[in-house]
Design a binder for this molecule. Structure first.
Ligand code: ADP
Ligand code: MG
Length: 376
């Protein structure tokens, strides 16, 4: 789960990390009053779950009061388009004191799963183009694994600052590490972490991703969830009790069991295509649940076909067929639907589909499925 910059900065404050003073504004009527509280020069920042807001026109410096009013009015309510996150409406802005920046650094802690450790990544080349630096000058990015004898100072010293600055950076690293551990975050990132002309180290941006599977033990974090920012399909799936993850391929899949779902994605790969989603309807799904799952699946705009791969154990194939038939009846579907069913009441399921008056390709095995998907 992701949170907004202003929420991440609140957490940073609790962990002793310096952030500029700021005020959140969520309506046009409040803009004037908010800017009066934060004396310009100030920076107006779109609060959307997206990186690179600066490049997309969502972060702007206002030198004086009138300019601040104009920029705030422009950014609040705008549609912000970025490469990573697509187009998002800006419902909230952060109005923040402008900081006198001397240097912009990059600092993050994240999981390095291959090395079974948390990695600290730090660089002098912070700001808006860290991805570019990673490509053209990777030697300017230092990575250190956090192990028992972790000593951030050694790495921080490589950046070439004096003791006063190094101590402040090390303190930020330690705070971030505490936050990551205590709140089960997968990533904490500050880009830029700035050194001001007054030699103060301040976090100007803040990004935190939390482990969804640990949210049950962090009510405070769960309360920060902004449903408007979540993928609407994934949100609907959570409400319907389905395990659904949106992917970027063209074959929609409906499967029961996570293992079979993964194998199905491999099979789609063997046919030279990519899955549009991961969808596990679970072991004992009812036909109503199947209907909901199917509706969710086909609301994806990029679909080329739907592949239903069900092993009928507790979930009977005739229940599945009934659910799919009902869903298709109530929807206007113009992509091919390929069904492979195996197990309990397989023949009854196939009869329901074949007699439904709707077009299904019922295949007998996975090799046949591959052939059909290949030739779409
Ligand atoms: P994003 O990473 O989404 O583009 P940032 O919060 O990193 O957004 O802001 C982009 C840039 O704007 C920063 O690299 C920094 O140069 C500048 N900036 C952001 N906040 C402030 C601030 N409070 N004072 C001065 N400059 C700022
Ligand atoms: Mg940033």
């Amino acid at each position: 789960m992701k949170i907004h910059e202003y929420q991440a900065k609140d957490l940073f404050k609790k962990y002793g990390i310096n952030v500029p003073s700021s005020i959140l504004c969520d309506s046009k009527e409040k803009i004037k009053q908010c800017i009066e509280q934060i004396n310009p020069p100030c920076v107006i920042k779109a609060q959307v779950h997206s990186g690179a807001r600066g490049k997309a026109g969502g972060v702007k410096l206002a030198h004086n009061f009138d300019e601040a009013l104009k920029i705030a009015d422009e950014i609040l309510g705008m549609e912000l388009t970025s490469k990573q996150a697509g187009t998002k409406k800006v419902n909230k802005i952060l109005i923040e004191n402008a900081v006198d920046i001397d240097k912009e650094l990059y600092l993050s802690l994240t999981f390095d799963r291959a090395n079974e450790a948390i990695a600290m990544i730090i660089s002098n080349q912070g700001g808006m183009d860290i991805e570019e630096t990673a490509k053209i000058a990777p030697e300017k990015i230092y990575t250190e694994l956090i192990k028992d004898n972790f000593n951030p100072l050694q790495t921080v010293k490589k950046l070439g600052y004096d003791d006063e600055i190094n101590t402040q950076i090390v303190s930020v690293v330690n705070s971030l590490y505490e936050l990551l551990k205590e709140k089960d975050a997968l990533l904490v990132e500050i880009n830029p972490l700035v050194i001001t002309k007054q030699k103060k180290v301040i976090a100007l941006d803040a990004k935190i991703n939390f482990d969804d599977n640990a949210l049950f033990r962090h009510e405070d974090i769960l309360a920060l969830k902004d449903e408007k920012e979540e993928n609407p399909f994934e949100l609907q799936a959570q409400k319907d009790g389905l395990n659904y993850i949106k992917l970027d391929g063209t074959i929609g899949c409906m499967v029961n069991g996570a293992g079979l779902a993964m194998a199905t994605m491999d099979i789609i790969g063997l046919a030279g295509k990519k899955a549009a989603n991961f969808l596990d309807v679970g072991g004992g799904a009812s036909s109503e649940k199947i209907e909901k799952a199917f509706k969710l699946l086909i609301s994806d705009e990029n679909l080329e076909a739907v592949f239903i791969n069900i092993f009928g154990g507790i979930l009977r194939c005739d229940f599945l067929a009934e659910g799919v038939k009902n869903a298709i009846h109530s929807l206007n579907i113009n992509v091919p639907v390929i069904v492979r069913m195996e197990g309990t009441n397989k023949d009854a399921g196939a009869d329901i589909l074949n007699n439904s008056g709707l077009k299904f390709t019922v295949v007998n095995n996975l090799n046949e499925a591959i052939e059909v998907i290949k030739n779409l």
